[in-house]
Design a protein around this ligand. Structure first.
Ligand SMILES: [Zn+2]
Length: 499
Protein backbone atom coordinates (compact mmCIF):
# COMPACT_ATOMS: atom_id res chain seq x y z
CA UNK A 1 0.00 0.00 0.00
CA UNK A 2 2.70 2.47 1.01
CA UNK A 3 4.68 1.48 -2.02
CA UNK A 4 1.69 2.17 -4.22
CA UNK A 5 1.21 5.68 -2.75
CA UNK A 6 4.89 6.37 -3.21
CA UNK A 7 4.73 5.24 -6.80
CA UNK A 8 1.72 7.42 -7.50
CA UNK A 9 3.33 10.44 -5.86
CA UNK A 10 6.43 9.95 -7.98
CA UNK A 11 4.32 9.65 -11.08
CA UNK A 12 2.47 12.88 -10.27
CA UNK A 13 5.78 14.65 -9.62
CA UNK A 14 7.15 13.37 -12.89
CA UNK A 15 4.11 14.59 -14.78
CA UNK A 16 4.40 18.01 -13.13
CA UNK A 17 8.07 18.17 -14.05
CA UNK A 18 7.30 17.34 -17.66
CA UNK A 19 4.59 20.00 -17.75
CA UNK A 20 6.88 22.63 -16.19
CA UNK A 21 9.68 21.81 -18.64
CA UNK A 22 7.16 21.95 -21.46
CA UNK A 23 6.00 25.41 -20.39
CA UNK A 24 9.59 26.65 -20.07
CA UNK A 25 10.58 25.39 -23.52
CA UNK A 26 7.33 26.59 -25.10
CA UNK A 27 7.70 30.07 -23.66
CA UNK A 28 11.34 30.19 -24.78
CA UNK A 29 10.45 29.27 -28.36
CA UNK A 30 7.56 31.75 -28.41
CA UNK A 31 10.03 34.65 -28.35
CA UNK A 32 10.22 36.61 -31.54
CA UNK A 33 11.02 40.12 -32.68
CA UNK A 34 8.38 42.77 -32.95
CA UNK A 35 10.41 44.80 -35.46
CA UNK A 36 7.89 45.82 -38.09
CA UNK A 37 8.66 45.65 -41.75
CA UNK A 38 9.15 49.31 -42.64
CA UNK A 39 10.63 50.89 -45.73
CA UNK A 40 14.16 52.15 -44.90
CA UNK A 41 14.67 55.91 -45.34
CA UNK A 42 18.11 57.24 -46.33
CA UNK A 43 18.16 60.84 -47.69
CA UNK A 44 20.86 60.23 -50.29
CA UNK A 45 21.30 63.98 -50.87
CA UNK A 46 22.64 64.89 -47.42
CA UNK A 47 25.84 66.84 -48.03
CA UNK A 48 27.95 64.90 -45.53
CA UNK A 49 31.27 66.54 -46.44
CA UNK A 50 29.91 69.98 -45.67
CA UNK A 51 28.30 68.69 -42.44
CA UNK A 52 31.57 67.10 -41.30
CA UNK A 53 33.45 70.35 -42.00
CA UNK A 54 31.02 72.31 -39.85
CA UNK A 55 31.18 69.76 -37.00
CA UNK A 56 34.98 69.76 -37.19
CA UNK A 57 35.07 73.54 -36.95
CA UNK A 58 32.55 73.50 -34.09
CA UNK A 59 34.79 71.16 -32.10
CA UNK A 60 37.62 73.69 -32.28
CA UNK A 61 35.86 76.19 -29.99
CA UNK A 62 36.85 75.58 -26.38
CA UNK A 63 33.39 75.93 -24.91
CA UNK A 64 34.51 74.34 -21.67
CA UNK A 65 32.35 74.26 -18.54
CA UNK A 66 34.15 74.29 -15.22
CA UNK A 67 32.61 74.79 -11.79
CA UNK A 68 34.57 77.99 -11.12
CA UNK A 69 33.82 79.50 -14.53
CA UNK A 70 33.06 83.21 -14.55
CA UNK A 71 29.63 83.88 -15.99
CA UNK A 72 30.68 87.25 -17.36
CA UNK A 73 33.56 86.61 -19.67
CA UNK A 74 33.30 83.74 -22.12
CA UNK A 75 34.71 84.83 -25.48
CA UNK A 76 34.84 81.23 -26.77
CA UNK A 77 31.11 80.88 -26.21
CA UNK A 78 30.40 84.13 -28.09
CA UNK A 79 32.63 83.02 -30.95
CA UNK A 80 30.88 79.68 -31.10
CA UNK A 81 27.45 81.39 -31.29
CA UNK A 82 28.67 83.66 -34.13
CA UNK A 83 29.99 80.60 -35.94
CA UNK A 84 26.63 78.80 -35.70
CA UNK A 85 24.71 81.83 -36.93
CA UNK A 86 27.01 82.34 -39.91
CA UNK A 87 27.17 78.65 -40.82
CA UNK A 88 23.44 77.97 -41.00
CA UNK A 89 21.90 80.82 -43.04
CA UNK A 90 18.60 78.95 -43.53
CA UNK A 91 18.04 78.59 -39.79
CA UNK A 92 19.15 82.17 -39.24
CA UNK A 93 16.52 83.44 -41.66
CA UNK A 94 13.66 81.09 -40.89
CA UNK A 95 13.73 80.58 -37.13
CA UNK A 96 13.65 83.28 -34.48
CA UNK A 97 16.45 83.13 -31.93
CA UNK A 98 16.75 84.52 -28.44
CA UNK A 99 19.73 84.35 -26.13
CA UNK A 100 18.74 83.09 -22.70
CA UNK A 101 21.20 84.17 -19.99
CA UNK A 102 23.55 85.34 -22.76
CA UNK A 103 24.82 81.97 -23.91
CA UNK A 104 21.94 79.52 -24.28
CA UNK A 105 20.27 79.74 -27.68
CA UNK A 106 16.54 79.20 -27.98
CA UNK A 107 15.30 78.95 -31.57
CA UNK A 108 11.65 78.89 -32.53
CA UNK A 109 10.10 77.82 -35.81
CA UNK A 110 6.48 78.87 -35.99
CA UNK A 111 4.16 76.08 -37.09
CA UNK A 112 1.31 76.45 -39.58
CA UNK A 113 -1.10 75.58 -36.76
CA UNK A 114 -0.02 77.46 -33.62
CA UNK A 115 -2.78 75.71 -31.64
CA UNK A 116 -0.92 72.40 -31.72
CA UNK A 117 1.41 71.57 -28.81
CA UNK A 118 5.00 72.24 -29.80
CA UNK A 119 7.92 69.88 -30.35
CA UNK A 120 11.21 70.55 -28.62
CA UNK A 121 14.76 69.50 -29.47
CA UNK A 122 17.46 70.12 -26.91
CA UNK A 123 21.21 69.61 -26.59
CA UNK A 124 24.27 71.32 -25.15
CA UNK A 125 27.41 72.79 -26.66
CA UNK A 126 29.49 73.10 -23.50
CA UNK A 127 32.01 70.33 -22.91
CA UNK A 128 33.94 68.97 -19.95
CA UNK A 129 37.61 69.98 -19.70
CA UNK A 130 40.41 67.73 -20.88
CA UNK A 131 42.05 66.44 -17.73
CA UNK A 132 45.36 68.29 -17.32
CA UNK A 133 48.28 66.05 -18.18
CA UNK A 134 46.28 63.81 -20.56
CA UNK A 135 46.39 66.10 -23.63
CA UNK A 136 49.37 64.18 -24.98
CA UNK A 137 47.46 60.87 -24.77
CA UNK A 138 45.09 61.99 -27.52
CA UNK A 139 45.77 60.55 -30.98
CA UNK A 140 44.84 63.99 -32.37
CA UNK A 141 44.83 67.16 -30.25
CA UNK A 142 41.52 67.43 -28.31
CA UNK A 143 40.43 70.77 -29.81
CA UNK A 144 41.69 70.16 -33.35
CA UNK A 145 38.49 68.66 -34.78
CA UNK A 146 40.72 66.42 -36.89
CA UNK A 147 38.97 64.44 -39.63
CA UNK A 148 40.83 61.12 -39.96
CA UNK A 149 40.32 57.35 -40.13
CA UNK A 150 36.61 57.77 -40.80
CA UNK A 151 36.02 59.79 -37.61
CA UNK A 152 35.84 63.38 -36.44
CA UNK A 153 37.99 63.69 -33.30
CA UNK A 154 37.74 66.09 -30.42
CA UNK A 155 36.28 66.95 -27.04
CA UNK A 156 32.52 67.07 -27.50
CA UNK A 157 32.48 64.80 -30.58
CA UNK A 158 30.10 62.48 -28.71
CA UNK A 159 28.91 64.62 -25.80
CA UNK A 160 27.13 66.58 -27.19
CA UNK A 161 28.34 68.61 -30.17
CA UNK A 162 27.56 65.84 -32.68
CA UNK A 163 24.06 65.97 -31.21
CA UNK A 164 23.51 69.68 -31.69
CA UNK A 165 25.24 69.74 -35.09
CA UNK A 166 23.03 66.90 -36.32
CA UNK A 167 20.01 69.00 -35.23
CA UNK A 168 21.40 72.05 -37.05
CA UNK A 169 22.13 70.03 -40.20
CA UNK A 170 18.65 68.48 -40.12
CA UNK A 171 16.89 71.83 -39.75
CA UNK A 172 19.04 73.46 -42.45
CA UNK A 173 18.31 70.52 -44.79
CA UNK A 174 14.55 70.76 -44.26
CA UNK A 175 14.55 74.54 -44.67
CA UNK A 176 16.48 74.22 -47.95
CA UNK A 177 13.82 71.72 -49.10
CA UNK A 178 11.03 74.14 -48.28
CA UNK A 179 9.63 72.13 -45.38
CA UNK A 180 6.96 73.83 -43.29
CA UNK A 181 6.14 72.36 -39.86
CA UNK A 182 2.53 72.01 -38.78
CA UNK A 183 3.34 72.41 -35.09
CA UNK A 184 5.77 74.96 -33.66
CA UNK A 185 9.29 73.69 -33.01
CA UNK A 186 11.72 74.82 -30.33
CA UNK A 187 15.43 74.13 -30.57
CA UNK A 188 17.51 74.80 -27.45
CA UNK A 189 21.32 74.77 -27.52
CA UNK A 190 22.30 74.95 -23.88
CA UNK A 191 25.59 76.22 -22.49
CA UNK A 192 26.03 74.78 -18.98
CA UNK A 193 24.72 71.20 -18.96
CA UNK A 194 28.01 69.87 -17.67
CA UNK A 195 27.71 71.94 -14.50
CA UNK A 196 24.03 71.32 -13.81
CA UNK A 197 22.14 73.43 -16.34
CA UNK A 198 20.85 76.00 -13.86
CA UNK A 199 21.85 79.00 -16.02
CA UNK A 200 20.71 77.45 -19.32
CA UNK A 201 18.13 74.67 -19.41
CA UNK A 202 16.51 75.67 -16.12
CA UNK A 203 15.99 79.24 -17.40
CA UNK A 204 14.59 78.00 -20.72
CA UNK A 205 12.14 75.81 -18.80
CA UNK A 206 11.14 78.80 -16.65
CA UNK A 207 10.57 80.93 -19.76
CA UNK A 208 8.34 78.30 -21.36
CA UNK A 209 6.35 77.91 -18.14
CA UNK A 210 5.98 81.70 -17.83
CA UNK A 211 4.75 81.94 -21.41
CA UNK A 212 2.44 78.98 -20.86
CA UNK A 213 3.83 77.13 -23.88
CA UNK A 214 2.28 73.71 -24.48
CA UNK A 215 5.04 71.18 -25.30
CA UNK A 216 4.04 67.76 -26.70
CA UNK A 217 7.47 66.24 -26.15
CA UNK A 218 11.09 67.12 -25.57
CA UNK A 219 14.01 65.13 -26.88
CA UNK A 220 17.50 65.52 -25.46
CA UNK A 221 20.79 63.64 -25.26
CA UNK A 222 20.63 60.31 -23.47
CA UNK A 223 20.85 56.65 -24.31
CA UNK A 224 22.60 55.45 -27.50
CA UNK A 225 22.24 52.75 -30.11
CA UNK A 226 24.16 50.37 -27.87
CA UNK A 227 26.38 47.69 -29.34
CA UNK A 228 27.67 44.56 -27.55
CA UNK A 229 25.82 45.27 -24.31
CA UNK A 230 25.51 41.58 -23.45
CA UNK A 231 27.72 38.63 -24.18
CA UNK A 232 26.44 36.67 -27.16
CA UNK A 233 24.27 39.51 -28.41
CA UNK A 234 25.01 40.41 -32.02
CA UNK A 235 22.40 43.10 -32.66
CA UNK A 236 22.75 46.64 -31.41
CA UNK A 237 19.74 47.96 -29.55
CA UNK A 238 18.34 51.48 -29.58
CA UNK A 239 17.41 52.47 -26.06
CA UNK A 240 15.16 55.46 -25.49
CA UNK A 241 15.68 56.91 -22.01
CA UNK A 242 12.23 57.46 -20.51
CA UNK A 243 13.41 58.01 -16.93
CA UNK A 244 16.37 59.36 -15.01
CA UNK A 245 17.67 58.28 -11.64
CA UNK A 246 17.51 60.48 -8.56
CA UNK A 247 20.46 61.66 -6.54
CA UNK A 248 21.37 62.08 -2.91
CA UNK A 249 24.63 62.37 -0.97
CA UNK A 250 24.66 61.46 2.71
CA UNK A 251 27.34 62.64 5.12
CA UNK A 252 28.20 60.29 7.97
CA UNK A 253 30.08 61.66 10.99
CA UNK A 254 31.49 59.93 14.05
CA UNK A 255 33.00 61.74 17.05
CA UNK A 256 35.00 59.99 19.77
CA UNK A 257 37.63 60.89 22.27
CA UNK A 258 40.93 61.10 20.46
CA UNK A 259 44.26 60.58 22.12
CA UNK A 260 47.60 58.98 21.61
CA UNK A 261 47.84 56.06 19.23
CA UNK A 262 50.03 54.07 21.66
CA UNK A 263 47.03 52.95 23.74
CA UNK A 264 44.07 52.90 21.37
CA UNK A 265 40.60 52.02 22.67
CA UNK A 266 38.63 49.17 21.09
CA UNK A 267 36.55 51.62 19.07
CA UNK A 268 38.04 54.37 16.93
CA UNK A 269 36.33 56.90 14.68
CA UNK A 270 37.96 55.44 11.57
CA UNK A 271 37.07 51.89 12.60
CA UNK A 272 33.45 52.73 13.41
CA UNK A 273 32.88 54.63 10.20
CA UNK A 274 34.62 51.99 8.07
CA UNK A 275 32.32 49.37 9.54
CA UNK A 276 29.27 51.46 8.67
CA UNK A 277 30.41 51.95 5.08
CA UNK A 278 31.22 48.31 4.71
CA UNK A 279 27.70 47.46 5.91
CA UNK A 280 26.21 49.74 3.29
CA UNK A 281 28.35 48.25 0.51
CA UNK A 282 27.60 44.66 1.54
CA UNK A 283 23.85 45.25 1.84
CA UNK A 284 22.74 47.37 -1.11
CA UNK A 285 19.12 48.43 -1.55
CA UNK A 286 16.88 45.85 -3.21
CA UNK A 287 16.70 45.66 -6.98
CA UNK A 288 13.97 43.93 -8.94
CA UNK A 289 13.95 42.67 -12.48
CA UNK A 290 10.58 44.23 -13.20
CA UNK A 291 8.90 47.27 -14.70
CA UNK A 292 11.09 49.42 -16.93
CA UNK A 293 14.16 47.18 -16.65
CA UNK A 294 12.15 44.22 -17.83
CA UNK A 295 10.76 46.24 -20.74
CA UNK A 296 14.35 47.14 -21.71
CA UNK A 297 15.34 43.50 -21.91
CA UNK A 298 12.26 42.19 -23.70
CA UNK A 299 13.26 43.20 -27.26
CA UNK A 300 16.75 41.77 -26.68
CA UNK A 301 15.61 38.33 -25.66
CA UNK A 302 15.05 36.76 -29.11
CA UNK A 303 18.69 37.36 -30.09
CA UNK A 304 20.27 35.92 -26.97
CA UNK A 305 21.80 32.45 -26.58
CA UNK A 306 19.25 29.77 -25.62
CA UNK A 307 20.03 29.74 -21.89
CA UNK A 308 19.45 33.50 -21.54
CA UNK A 309 16.34 33.28 -23.68
CA UNK A 310 15.00 30.54 -21.47
CA UNK A 311 15.71 32.55 -18.32
CA UNK A 312 14.22 35.79 -19.67
CA UNK A 313 11.05 34.15 -20.93
CA UNK A 314 10.50 32.25 -17.68
CA UNK A 315 10.94 34.82 -14.98
CA UNK A 316 8.54 32.86 -12.77
CA UNK A 317 11.42 30.38 -12.36
CA UNK A 318 14.60 32.32 -13.09
CA UNK A 319 13.84 35.88 -11.92
CA UNK A 320 16.05 35.59 -8.84
CA UNK A 321 19.04 34.26 -10.75
CA UNK A 322 18.76 37.07 -13.31
CA UNK A 323 18.69 39.70 -10.55
CA UNK A 324 21.81 38.19 -9.03
CA UNK A 325 23.67 38.13 -12.36
CA UNK A 326 22.70 41.70 -13.25
CA UNK A 327 23.91 42.78 -9.82
CA UNK A 328 27.49 41.69 -10.57
CA UNK A 329 28.11 44.04 -13.51
CA UNK A 330 28.31 47.78 -12.68
CA UNK A 331 26.16 49.08 -15.54
CA UNK A 332 23.41 46.47 -15.21
CA UNK A 333 23.54 46.78 -11.43
CA UNK A 334 22.98 50.52 -11.82
CA UNK A 335 19.87 49.81 -13.90
CA UNK A 336 18.62 47.30 -11.33
CA UNK A 337 18.80 49.26 -8.08
CA UNK A 338 19.75 52.38 -6.16
CA UNK A 339 23.55 52.35 -6.17
CA UNK A 340 25.84 53.04 -3.22
CA UNK A 341 29.14 54.86 -3.84
CA UNK A 342 31.33 56.02 -0.94
CA UNK A 343 33.06 59.02 -2.50
CA UNK A 344 34.85 60.88 0.34
CA UNK A 345 36.49 59.85 3.58
CA UNK A 346 38.17 62.37 5.87
CA UNK A 347 39.89 61.60 9.17
CA UNK A 348 43.20 62.17 10.84
CA UNK A 349 45.84 64.85 10.84
CA UNK A 350 48.93 63.02 12.05
CA UNK A 351 50.19 59.45 11.95
CA UNK A 352 50.37 59.00 15.75
CA UNK A 353 47.18 60.81 16.77
CA UNK A 354 43.75 59.15 16.94
CA UNK A 355 41.32 61.42 15.11
CA UNK A 356 38.38 62.69 17.15
CA UNK A 357 36.23 62.99 14.08
CA UNK A 358 35.85 60.84 11.00
CA UNK A 359 33.57 61.89 8.21
CA UNK A 360 32.49 60.17 5.01
CA UNK A 361 30.19 60.98 2.12
CA UNK A 362 28.23 58.30 0.33
CA UNK A 363 26.57 59.13 -2.98
CA UNK A 364 23.38 57.29 -3.98
CA UNK A 365 21.79 57.25 -7.44
CA UNK A 366 18.15 56.57 -6.74
CA UNK A 367 16.14 54.02 -8.69
CA UNK A 368 12.57 55.08 -9.64
CA UNK A 369 11.29 52.47 -7.16
CA UNK A 370 12.91 54.34 -4.24
CA UNK A 371 12.89 57.91 -2.88
CA UNK A 372 15.29 60.24 -1.04
CA UNK A 373 13.46 59.51 2.21
CA UNK A 374 13.67 55.75 1.70
CA UNK A 375 17.40 55.97 1.02
CA UNK A 376 17.99 57.89 4.24
CA UNK A 377 15.85 55.39 6.19
CA UNK A 378 17.78 52.53 4.65
CA UNK A 379 21.12 54.12 5.64
CA UNK A 380 19.96 54.51 9.25
CA UNK A 381 18.70 50.94 9.45
CA UNK A 382 21.69 49.39 7.74
CA UNK A 383 24.45 51.02 9.76
CA UNK A 384 22.57 50.46 13.05
CA UNK A 385 24.85 52.80 14.98
CA UNK A 386 23.53 55.74 16.95
CA UNK A 387 27.01 57.22 17.42
CA UNK A 388 27.08 58.04 13.72
CA UNK A 389 25.19 61.15 12.71
CA UNK A 390 23.57 61.26 9.30
CA UNK A 391 23.13 64.45 7.29
CA UNK A 392 21.60 64.79 3.83
CA UNK A 393 23.66 67.12 1.65
CA UNK A 394 22.17 69.81 -0.54
CA UNK A 395 21.32 68.97 -4.12
CA UNK A 396 19.25 65.84 -3.50
CA UNK A 397 16.58 65.11 -6.06
CA UNK A 398 13.97 62.42 -6.52
CA UNK A 399 14.10 60.03 -9.47
CA UNK A 400 12.11 61.31 -12.46
CA UNK A 401 8.69 59.97 -13.32
CA UNK A 402 8.73 57.44 -16.16
CA UNK A 403 7.58 58.83 -19.52
CA UNK A 404 5.10 56.66 -21.36
CA UNK A 405 6.40 54.21 -23.95
CA UNK A 406 2.99 54.08 -25.62
CA UNK A 407 2.60 57.84 -26.20
CA UNK A 408 2.47 59.18 -29.76
CA UNK A 409 5.86 60.96 -29.48
CA UNK A 410 7.53 57.80 -28.20
CA UNK A 411 5.97 55.61 -30.88
CA UNK A 412 6.92 58.16 -33.52
CA UNK A 413 10.55 58.11 -32.39
CA UNK A 414 10.48 54.32 -32.36
CA UNK A 415 9.07 54.24 -35.89
CA UNK A 416 11.75 56.73 -37.03
CA UNK A 417 14.43 54.43 -35.59
CA UNK A 418 13.04 51.49 -37.56
CA UNK A 419 13.21 53.60 -40.72
CA UNK A 420 16.78 54.83 -40.21
CA UNK A 421 18.26 51.81 -38.38
CA UNK A 422 16.54 48.86 -40.07
CA UNK A 423 16.49 45.66 -38.02
CA UNK A 424 17.57 47.31 -34.78
CA UNK A 425 15.21 46.62 -31.86
CA UNK A 426 14.02 49.61 -29.83
CA UNK A 427 13.36 49.57 -26.10
CA UNK A 428 12.47 52.06 -23.38
CA UNK A 429 15.15 52.30 -20.72
CA UNK A 430 16.49 54.27 -17.81
CA UNK A 431 19.19 56.88 -18.32
CA UNK A 432 21.80 56.28 -15.64
CA UNK A 433 23.43 59.72 -15.58
CA UNK A 434 21.78 63.16 -15.55
CA UNK A 435 20.72 65.43 -18.42
CA UNK A 436 19.23 68.88 -18.86
CA UNK A 437 15.92 67.11 -19.53
CA UNK A 438 15.31 66.93 -15.78
CA UNK A 439 14.60 70.68 -15.72
CA UNK A 440 11.55 70.11 -17.94
CA UNK A 441 9.52 67.77 -15.74
CA UNK A 442 6.87 70.48 -15.29
CA UNK A 443 6.96 71.47 -18.96
CA UNK A 444 6.04 68.13 -20.55
CA UNK A 445 5.31 64.50 -19.59
CA UNK A 446 7.13 63.15 -22.62
CA UNK A 447 10.88 63.38 -22.13
CA UNK A 448 12.80 61.21 -24.60
CA UNK A 449 16.51 61.01 -23.74
CA UNK A 450 18.19 59.53 -26.76
CA UNK A 451 20.98 60.14 -29.28
CA UNK A 452 21.33 57.91 -32.33
CA UNK A 453 25.02 57.41 -31.56
CA UNK A 454 26.38 53.91 -32.03
CA UNK A 455 28.26 53.15 -28.84
CA UNK A 456 30.23 50.02 -28.03
CA UNK A 457 31.95 49.31 -24.69
CA UNK A 458 35.15 50.95 -25.99
CA UNK A 459 33.29 54.21 -26.70
CA UNK A 460 32.04 54.49 -23.14
CA UNK A 461 35.54 55.39 -21.95
CA UNK A 462 35.84 58.12 -24.58
CA UNK A 463 32.89 60.13 -23.24
CA UNK A 464 34.44 62.71 -20.90
CA UNK A 465 37.71 60.80 -21.54
CA UNK A 466 40.55 60.60 -24.05
CA UNK A 467 40.15 60.27 -27.85
CA UNK A 468 36.48 61.24 -27.99
CA UNK A 469 35.34 60.82 -31.60
CA UNK A 470 32.30 60.25 -33.78
CA UNK A 471 32.18 58.01 -36.86
CA UNK A 472 31.38 59.93 -40.05
CA UNK A 473 28.93 57.22 -41.21
CA UNK A 474 27.25 57.44 -37.83
CA UNK A 475 27.09 61.25 -37.99
CA UNK A 476 25.29 60.88 -41.30
CA UNK A 477 22.80 58.49 -39.67
CA UNK A 478 22.26 61.03 -36.89
CA UNK A 479 21.41 63.77 -39.37
CA UNK A 480 19.07 61.46 -41.28
CA UNK A 481 17.43 60.40 -38.02
CA UNK A 482 16.65 63.99 -36.99
CA UNK A 483 15.39 64.98 -40.44
CA UNK A 484 13.01 62.04 -40.30
CA UNK A 485 12.06 62.64 -36.67
CA UNK A 486 11.15 66.26 -37.44
CA UNK A 487 9.03 65.11 -40.40
CA UNK A 488 7.39 62.31 -38.40
CA UNK A 489 6.57 64.46 -35.37
CA UNK A 490 5.81 67.93 -36.74
CA UNK A 491 4.23 67.33 -40.13
CA UNK A 492 0.66 67.10 -41.28
CA UNK A 493 -1.34 65.03 -40.15
CA UNK A 494 0.28 64.72 -36.74
CA UNK A 495 2.54 62.05 -35.32
CA UNK A 496 3.56 59.30 -37.73
CA UNK A 497 3.86 56.10 -35.71
CA UNK A 498 3.55 53.46 -38.41
CA UNK A 499 0.59 52.00 -36.50
ZN1 LIG B 1 26.08 65.66 -22.35
Amino acid sequence: MILLILKRTLLVLLILLVIATGIIVYRTLQLSHDIPDVEPVTYADINIDRAVERLSEGLQFRTVSTQELSFLYRPEFDDFIDFVNESYPGIHETMSMERVNNFTLLYRWEGADPELPAAMFQGHYDVVPVEPGTEEDWTYPPYSGTIAEGFVWGRGAIDDKSGIFSYLEAFEYLIEKGYRPERTIYLALNHDEEIGGRQGARQVANLLLERDVDIAFLTDEGMPVAEEILEGLEHPIAMIGVAEKGYVSVELTNHQEGGHSSMPPRETTIGTLSMAINNLKQNPMDGRFAGLLRETFEPLAPDLPFVYRMALSNLWVFGGIIEERLGYVPHTNAALRTTTAPTMFNAGIKENVLPQTAQAIVNFRIHPNDSVEEVVGYVRETIQDETISIRVLEGAREPSPISSSTSEPYLSMKHTLHEIFPGVPVAPSMFLAATDARHFLEVTDNLLRFRPIRANPDDRGRIHGTDERIGIDNFREMIAFYIRLIENTTGNPGFVTGE
